[in-house]
Design a protein around this ligand. Structure first.
Ligand SMILES: [Zn+2]
Ligand SMILES: [Zn+2]
Length: 290
């Protein structure tokens, strides 16, 4: 492949078959579109699921797919009438964070103000839409949001998962001194932890089956183990029934049993993510912050 017409991309060819290879470089952006040079890409739990199984939920990777949807880039070229996410003209050379979700804007859900529930949603890195683990990609200009000079590229790539955490805490309608349980200490769970703290939740519990020593906590926080409870499916963890809010992070756990048991009867649950197959008895550590 002619190197001037190609770029390096990371493509998934099948389960656990990820290849760094040359792919066709995108051409000139059309109206309302922008050519981006990708500067940073995050690896999401859903990327890992897709890598492992070459599918995510019901969506199967049928032909080689470039993964990646948490990313930042620099605008290399724009097509006519290219307005950014703030409805301002998008300029070449602008550093941007990118919203990977591309709702149709015309379906019932879009028209009702719920573009995240669009029936015809396209999403970077989800088959058949190419993702951002490549040198260049073309995106709608309206998906691009200029970032300040003092924000580095990696931080800009993390704005997408941060948005998920903000939305989750928003949906949970947290109030000061609400008790919160977060199921899953992955990136989304840890983001929600920080958002819940900012919202004034107290106490906040995070549950995961990971070894706590494998996770580095943000400054000043430490793990507290409370491994006595929740050892078996037969034991009713009544101490968990006190939670007002409960919000699983993505990809961490499936058990509807767990969700049902730990939220108090008038409490609220917010659920997001691809259900894993982990069972209640698998939880080794429960972690709390006070
Ligand atoms: Zn993600
Ligand atoms: Zn739509």
């Amino acid at each position: 492949m002619d190197e001037s017409q190609s770029m390096i991309a990371v493509r998934l060819h099948g389960p656990r078959d990820l290849r760094v290879e040359r792919a066709p470089r995108p051409g000139t952006p059309g109206p309302g579109m922008a050519l981006l040079r990708v500067t940073a890409v995050g690896v999401c739990g859903s990327d890992i699921h897709t890598y492992q199984d070459a599918r995510i939920g019901d969506t199967v990777v049928e032909t080689p797919l470039i993964l990646g949807h948490e990313f930042a880039g620099i605008v290399e070229a724009v097509g006519p009438e290219s307005l950014d996410g703030n409805f301002q003209p998008l300029q070449v050379g602008t550093r941007v964070a990118v919203d990977p979700a591309q709702p149709c804007g015309r379906c019932e859900m879009c028209e009702q103000g719920h573009p995240n529930l669009c029936h015809r949603l396209h999403f970077c890195g989800t088959y058949p839409d190419a993702g951002s683990l490549s040198e260049y990609m073309i995106m709608p200009a309206r998906s691009c949001f200029p970032i300040p000079d003092d924000m580095d590229d990696a931080s800009a790539a993390l704005l997408e998962p941060l948005g998920i955490a903000i939305h989750a805490v928003d949906l949970a309608k947290l109030r000061v001194a609400d008790s919160v349980a977060i199921l899953g200490a992955g990136p989304i769970g840890l983001y929600i932890l920080q958002m819940a703290k900012l919202a004034g939740a107290q106490p906040i519990y995070v549950v995961d089956q990971l070894s706590t020593s494998s996770i580095n906590l943000p400054g000043g926080w430490s793990w507290q183990h409370a491994t006595a409870a929740c050892r078996s499916t037969s034991r009713k963890p009544t101490r968990w029934r006190q939670f007002d809010r409960q919000r699983p992070g993505a990809a961490s756990m499936s058990p509807s049993k767990l969700r049902g048991r730990i939220t108090r009867s008038s409490g609220r649950r917010r659920w997001r993510g691809w259900a894993g197959g982990w069972c209640w008895s698998a939880f080794r550590d429960q972690i709390s912050w006070r």
